[in-house]
Ligand binder design. Structure first.
Ligand SMILES: O=C[C@H](O)COP(=O)(O)O
Length: 254
């Protein structure tokens, strides 16, 4: 892994204020792990409190609306999450696509709104098991990314991250092989270079997500073109999350 690994915890719909103790513990531990960029995406309700409690780690949101404000009951805009202390937003997660019917066009509109609010974007993509079994995983992910990512951005390399998360690997304990991850990540890299040019396309980090744990992180993070991980379940306690961060530091040093 050439660049500084990026390990992001996605707390999903987990956590009340009692969870801030885990954020503090992760932040303290991350201060001794400067070789790894560590971040957490708590639920909306904890963004501001997490931002106030931590010094070292990044804090982000798990979604935002595509409009800046207006009559959208229950929604939260990019400007609002930025105001609460978020520096990035996860968009296009398969749980949003499946549970809220978000299509690629909406995800792209959200990404444009987030970038306009100076938020970095972690753009998720990934195929279902049926798509993989039919041998169409690469075509599917490429088409999802082409339609979901903004057409251009002057600081694409710095502002965008892609997270490849096969839907069938999320929360299941199943993972692709290192070879399969490498094949997919190389295809994503090609697409990013094609869209954003050599320099930006090469510097956008591509994370792997889906059942990453401390005991498989070393292997998964050593796959070709993997720049870090988007972690769900194992990010909910400082011990399990920091096990992944430590593995990332070790892979980086190899
Ligand atoms: O955003 C995180 C992913 O959905 C992975 O979740 P997981 O680590 O619980 O499989």
């Amino acid at each position: 892994m050439a660049e500084r690994p990026y390990i992001v915890g996605n707390w999903k719909m987990n956590g009340t204020r009692a969870m801030l103790a885990q954020a503090r513990a992760i932040d303290r531990a991350a201060q001794n792990m400067m070789k790894v960029e560590v971040a957490l995406a708590p639920p909306f309700t904890l963004i501001h409190a997490t931002h106030r409690e931590v010094e070292q780690i990044g804090v982000g949101a798990q979604d935002c609306h595509c409009s800046t404000d207006g009559a959208h009951t229950g929604d939260v805009s990019a400007t609002m999450v930025a105001d609460a202390g978020a520096k990035f937003v996860i968009l296009g997660h398969s749980e949003r696509r499946q549970n809220h019917g978000e299509d690629d066009a909406l995800v792209r509109a959200k990404a444009e709104a987030a970038l306009a609010a100076s938020l970095r974007v972690i753009m998720c993509c990934g195929e279902t098991e049926d798509v993989r079994d039919a041998g169409n995983a690469i075509e599917f992910v490429a088409s999802q990314l082409r339609a979901s990512l903004p057409e251009k951005h002057e600081r694409a390399g710095e502002m965008l991250t892609v997270a490849y998360e096969p839907v069938w690997a999320i929360g299941t304990g199943r993972t692709p092989t290192v070879d399969d991850i490498g094949v997919m990540h190389r295809a994503i890299r090609e697409l990013l270079v094609e869209r954003y040019g050599d320099a930006d396309g090469a510097s956008i980090r591509i994370l792997y997500g889906g059942s990453v744990k401390a005991d498989n992180a070393r292997e998964l993070l050593s796959a070709d073109e993997v720049g870090g991980a988007l972690v769900g379940g194992a990010s909910l306690t400082a011990d399990s999350f920091m096990g992944i961060v430590i593995a990332a530091a070790e892979v980086h040093e190899q």
